[in-house]
Write a protein that binds this ligand. Structure first.
Ligand code: ZN
Length: 61
């Protein structure tokens, strides 16, 4: 039998949603140079490891 998730359990689970602080590095794009989380494409110019992998700014983010 499945138990109903109590309000307490739901809240405890959601307490873990927030992501821990990411290590920041400087964007690999010399034209940008903004602080960017490691292992993520830059949010400012969309470049990851010297290659543009995301549309820069705008879009649905
Ligand atoms: Zn950048």
């Amino acid at each position: 039998m499945q138990h109903r998730t109590s309000r307490s359990r739901t809240r405890h689970r959601r307490a873990h949603w927030k992501t821990s602080a990411l290590a920041l590095t400087t964007c690999t794009n010399p034209a940008c140079g903004k602080p960017t989380p490691t292992h993520r494409a830059c949010r400012h110019c969309g470049v990851y490891r010297g290659r543009e992998v995301l549309p820069p700014m705008g879009g649905d983010t």
